[in-house]
Design a protein around this ligand. Structure first.
Ligand SMILES: Nc1ncnc2c1ncn2[C@@H]1O[C@H](COP(=O)(O)OP(=O)(O)OP(=O)(O)O)[C@@H](O)[C@H]1O
Length: 619
């Protein structure tokens, strides 16, 4: 750009020589930013300084914004692919202008700008003058700063485009920036940067409120689930706790949104629609200003918790939960929850599902869920590999006399091959054949029987899967799910309480009792936990279960310090029951490699309580 002839050039020249510039010569955002830069006492001709956080400060900043970095990374990569060309970079900034993460091509990395926009560098307006990230932070709006519009002449050969990322409660959570060496206006890139910022914002809001009710809404139902949807989060008292910017747009006209109750924003009271929402329906509701939107509930812990409250537990044997799959099941372990997300879809697509995990980790239960998710009308029929003798395949599976075999019984439904790795080889070969062609010959009549089967298999010996006949193995491993042992799950407290409440709805356990359970290794996993809790309940038919109730039932000393040398804290030393509980807490923290949040979930305690017990070690 010819700085001497353009309006920008004249404004720059005045700025650099006289410290002022003509109003109206520049876009409004740039004018305001130059004025702010002047008020910060910056010199437009100053050299750009290397403003970089120390390693310690940078690590602490990254820690603070760990979620933002995690959710932004895939978006940075996508954006990088979308605007691939040459000479550009993408950066994620914190609300204070610290660059947290970058992606750039080698050409850009070699430029002066590339050498400066690096992780740890600071791009706030008060230090660097007008730049897109700084302007975006100062205004809370998307910003574009081209070449000479930068306040410092030293940044004049770069163009940058930024978009803010909000946290749903009106606070800035970060900034996304794309910089390039091109001086051409890039509206297309600006749109892509804003879309990526919205996507990060939605992920942040959703993940940050996993325990609250999250709703998606949009005037047009086909836009639900897309970037243009509104997302709103309800607190337990059904007031609006957070909302994304799209959502704010759809609800403009309300004097206040945050803190307002759902029932004052929408015409239909939440109580009247909650049942249908948790069942996954998309509803048409009208807000109190008169606009109609489609609304649906995002499946997360809160929605399942709500579902459990709303829908009575079905106890008749054989009634698989049909609409809300997770109604009776505790899956509060985030890693397991994450792994299970893809299961319903795989089941619906008809993929073969292979579940592995130690005994009692819930394989049979997940098989039932997979069957229910497949929405097939036929039944779930189990064939246990351990029970099938070598010569019995034809009789048991293909039928005998008028008795239909298991394969025919499972037609239109799901055949669950439990402990599949124990199936005799003959049965493996025969099954592979049936699955391959979808039919078999009746062993007695010779008639061809067509059978439409879906298969779910499970094994507690995953290594043995590779010993199955390849013809069968490759038919079984469409979607693989490895279930963690109970000792590595973070929802032990919730599971124990669920089992106790299946006996007595008001059953409770003391913190010490939960700590005692959490310190045990659980080789029998959920089978063992259920049995132990039920026995303890029998012995104490009233009142909260105590740690001692489990002492006689669990092997070993009440508290078994693990190799970390978990002793107890100074406050608990000397009082035996406190010391036991404290040791148990420390054991659980050590088992979870010092991760206090995980340990807190396992123990069903607050992190503050746990930190208290970790503070000073008794000598
Ligand atoms: N997430 C869960 N929430 C509540 N109960 C569960 C959960 N997972 C499993 N259970 C219960 O724990 C027990 C063991 O589960 P399941 O029988 O599914 O395990 P498995 O891995 O198939 O065991 P095995 O290897 O012995 O066949 C069952 O009573 C089951 O109902």
């Amino acid at each position: 750009m010819d700085l001497q002839t353009s309006a920008l050039g004249r404004a720059r020249q005045m700025l650099e020589t006289q410290g002022r510039f003509p109003g109206g010569a520049l876009p409004g955002d740039i004018t305001e930013s130059w004025l702010r830069s002047l008020s910060h006492g910056l010199d437009p001709l100053a050299r750009s300084q290397r403003l970089i956080l120390s390693e310690v400060e940078f690590n602490a900043t990254r820690q603070t914004h760990a979620d933002l970095i995690r959710f932004a990374r895939p978006e940075l990569e996508l954006l990088y692919d979308q605007i691939a060309g040459s000479n550009f970079m993408i950066a994620l900034g914190s609300p204070d202008g610290v660059v947290l993460d970058t992606l750039h091509d080698t050409q850009f990395a070699e430029t002066e700008a590339g050498a400066q926009v690096i992780p740890g560098s600071v791009w706030s307006e008060n230090l660097r003058g007008t730049n897109a990230m700084g302007v975006c932070i100062a205004t809370g709006r998307p910003a574009q700063v081209y070449g000479g519009e930068h306040f410092l002449r030293a940044h004049g050969d770069v163009s940058c485009i930024s978009a803010p990322i909000f946290d749903g409660a009106g606070r800035l959570a970060g900034v996304l920036d794309a910089s390039s060496m091109s001086a051409v206006r890039q509206q297309h890139t600006a749109a892509l940067v804003q879309m990526a910022a919205s996507s990060i914002e939605n992920s942040l809001i959703r993940s940050g409120h996993d325990r609250r009710i999250v709703l998606q809404f949009h005037p047009r139902p086909e836009y639900l689930g897309t970037l243009s949807m509104g997302v709103l989060v309800l607190d337990e008292d059904l007031t609006l706790h957070a909302i994304n910017r799209r959502g704010e747009m759809f609800l403009t006209g309300f004097p206040r949104l945050l803190g307002e109750s759902f029932d004052r924003i929408f015409e239909q009271p939440f109580a009247a629609i909650q049942q249908r929402l948790v069942e996954g329906e998309t509803l048409r509701v009208r807000d109190r200003i008169g606009s109609a939107v489609s609304l649906r509930c995002v499946a997360n812990r809160a929605s399942f918790a709500l579902a459990r409250r709303l829908i009575p537990v079905v106890t008749e044997p054989g009634t698989a939960p049909a609409r809300n799959l997770f109604r009776d099941v505790v899956i509060d372990d985030p890693a397991l929850w994450q792994r299970l997300q893809a299961l319903p879809d795989a089941a619906k697509r008809g993929a073969a599902i292979a579940i592995t995990g130690e005994t009692g980790t819930g394989k049979a239960l997940i098989a039932r869920l997979a069957h229910a998710a497949s929405e097939r009308s036929g039944p779930l029929v189990t064939l246990d590999g351990r029970m099938l003798a070598e010569g019995d395949f034809a009789r048991v599976c293909l039928g005998s006399g008028t008795e239909p075999g298991l394969l025919q019984q499972a037609a239109g439904g799901t055949l669950f091959l439990d402990e599949v790795t124990d199936l005799p080889v003959v049965a493996q070969a025969a099954l592979a054949g049936v699955l391959d062609i979808g039919e078999y010959r009746h062993p007695e009549t010779g008639a061809v029987v067509r059978t439409d089967l879906r298969v779910v298999c499970a094994t507690s010996a995953p290594a043995a899967l590779s010993d199955l006949l390849p013809a069968l193995r490759y038919r079984l491993e469409g979607f693989r799910l490895d279930l963690p042992p109970l000792r590595l799950r973070s929802d032990l407290a919730a599971l124990a309480q669920r089992f106790a409440r299946s006996v007595r709805p008001d059953a409770r356990m003391t913190e010490a009792a939960l700590a005692r359970l959490a310190a045990h290794d659980w080789p029998g996993n959920l089978h063992e936990l259920r049995a132990i809790v039920l026995q303890a309940m029998l012995m104490r038919p009233e009142g909260a279960l105590e740690a001692q109730d489990f002492d006689a039932l669990l092997p070993g000393a009440p508290a078994r310090p693990v190799s970390s040398g978990a002793t107890c804290c100074a406050q608990c030393a000397g009082v035996p029951w406190k010391a036991d509980q404290c040791q148990n807490i420390r054991t659980v923290v050590a088992r979870h490699e010092g991760n206090v949040s995980r340990a807190a979930r396992v123990l069903g305690m607050s992190r503050t309580t746990i930190y208290k017990h970790l503070k000073d070690q008794a000598s």
